[in-house]
Design a protein around this ligand. Sequence first.
Ligand code: HEC
Ligand code: HEC
Length: 338
Amino acid sequence: MTIRHAFWLLAILTGVALTAQAEDLSDWRLPPVPVPADNPQTEEKIALGHQLAFDTRLSKNDSISCAGCHLPFAGGGGHTPRAFGHGGELGRWAPTWDNAAYAETLFWDGRANSLEEQTGALPGHMGPISSPDEMAGDIQAIVKKLNAIEGYRKQFKKVFGGPATPQNIAKAIAAFERTLVATQSPFQRYVRGEKDAISEAAKRGFRLFRGKARCITCHAPPLLTDNGFHNIGVPQVGPLSEDVGRFAVTKDEDDLRAFKTPTLYNAASLQFFMHDGAFATLEEVIEHYDRGGNPKDPKQDPLIQPLRLSKQEKEDLLAFLKSLTDPRLDRIQRPRLP
Ligand code: HEC
Ligand code: HEC
């Protein structure tokens, strides 16, 4: 447990969080998206990234795009419990890319450090474009393919002053992803002062989230994640017999089966949950926490404890989770491709 987790736990136990935050919700406001100095946001770059993210030509055999696994109408996550790529069924579910713009590390085990790096377009960094299991692309071949398309050639020239390169492809896609933030969710409108933006049930759920249900210890404001990794006892399902999670990066025994805390925004639109898609509904997720995860796993985080929520409390928590959905993100369309 870090100092931050201890703080929230203490706040819950003493009721400090409730009284202090009932008046002032500014801690919960999503901050401006961090933008790297060498990749400023521009309308044209975002539009180009939007196209690239939906273009199957970024894969081997022109068969799969980023959006083929991160479906906007499914909360930006996958539509099968484990993702299917060139290598068949993967061991993990495709998490949402919504709000990934805020993440300090990417992937379930945090092995990538920026959205640019995560794409797998940059030399030396494995990611979906280059991973043989996912889009199986050869980045030099993709660069050539894109530069042979007149529309793309013109757009790359306009945005980057030259032809497509692995770096520019990564930058444009990352710029698009930095627009996928849930600032218009009812909960964010509520936090900004619109008192009726969320229902009374969601308000009660918000109180539970910070109090009895202890969600806040890991899904901390303002991003609803501590950017940390926890083993919360999710059952291992799918092709892998074991997924060591964060341990693969740190080799620290305490990180065995620990995965990144997701942000929960637009999670109500997701078709599956958790690193291996073990759950298909938010109700199942809440039941998992209510029973205290998997107490048989000796590595489970001690922050996970049985909650003993009533039926009404579970419904209220669900109403709160639903208030985190920004409808704009679920309506992103496939753009016209050159
Ligand atoms: C074959 C399906 C598939 C394709 C295609 C795909 N992804 Fe993913 N994506 C995944 C899976 C599975 C993970 C989780 C992998 C892991 O954690 O090891 C993931 C993780 C991510 C994450 C990390 C989110 C987070 O919060 O940690 C981002 C961002 C992302 N993908 C963006 C992209 C982009 C951009 C593209 C296109 C260049 C893309 N993905 C293509 C399946 C896919
Ligand atoms: C000990 C830290 C911790 C606590 C406490 C916690 N979570 Fe989580 N949560 C996580 C982690 C880590 C994951 C991902 C685990 C995995 O994939 O194996 C997760 C996943 C989820 C997901 C799935 C989201 C997705 O994109 O797949 C939901 C929904 C969720 N938590 C809601 C809650 C709620 C509601 C509570 C309170 C009842 C709560 N969490 C308490 C750490 C925590």
